[in-house]
Ligand binder design. Structure first.
Ligand SMILES: C[S@@+](CC[C@H](N)C(=O)[O-])C[C@H]1O[C@@H](n2cnc3c(N)ncnc32)[C@H](O)[C@@H]1O
Length: 195
């Protein structure tokens, strides 16, 4: 039987398929693969974009990320309520990811350790991708990674147009549908901040 959170997620998907973008929340296997790619030794908060019901959040916590270090963002008010209830000491931002620069500045965030995204970013316009990815890469600094899940076997982010580098970092078959995690970085010559 479906959990109430999975039922809410499914109901939202029926109403907004392109925004929710997935029938089911991510599997534990995908969450653990994401967490395994994050470097928690880097300083700064860990940012998650498109947190949904918190499947990937749980993976980060299982991997040892302190809840106080986590900032998770979700646009759907009903899902943000679930996240606040489930993760009481995690910072939950109810906001549009394309406004991430302002949202982080308002919280005094000046650097990020890592970014985990399950936004349906391949459906975003180029300008929206730019508004999400570039401010995050600025705050990640050199060697910081913006991790993005997809299931299309090609980069979901327009790397060439944004002037960034990207590579597939992991495939996870035990997820519905099977998923790939891409890692995006700024080419060294364009990095403007120290890490
Ligand atoms: C594929 S679901 C992933 C949910 C969850 N992280 C998981 O892995 O199960 C994508 C999530 O991104 C959210 N989302 C879509 N567009 C967004 C935007 N522009 N800003 C913030 N959240 C957005 C949706 O509401 C949805 O919860």
């Amino acid at each position: 039987m479906m959990s109430p959170e999975a039922g809410l997620f499914f109901g939202l998907w029926l109403r907004k398929p392109l925004s929710i973008a997935s029938v089911y929340p991510s599997s534990r296997f995908l969450a653990d693969a994401f967490a395994g790619l994050t470097d928690l030794r880097r300083p700064g908060p860990v940012l998650e974009l498109g947190a949904g019901t918190g499947s990937l959040t749980e993976g980060l916590l299982r991997a040892g990320c302190r809840p106080e270090r986590l900032i998770i963002l979700e646009r759907e008010p009903a899902l943000a309520r679930v996240l606040r209830r489930s993760f009481r000491t995690v910072t939950v931002l109810e906001a549009d990811a394309t406004k991430i620069a302002g949202a982080l500045a308002a919280h005094g965030v000046t650097r990020l350790a890592t970014v985990v995204s399950s936004l349906p970013i391949k459906w975003f316009s180029l300008e929206a991708q730019r508004a999400v990815v570039l401010p995050c890469l600025d705050l990640l600094g050199p060697a910081g990674k913006f991790l993005q899940v997809t299931n299309g076997f090609v980069s979901p982010v327009a790397t060439h147009s944004l002037g960034i580098a990207g590579m597939e970092a992991r495939r996870v078959w035990r997820n519905l549908p099977p998923a790939q995690i891409w890692a995006y970085t700024r080419p060294a010559s364009t990095v403007s901040r120290g890490s």
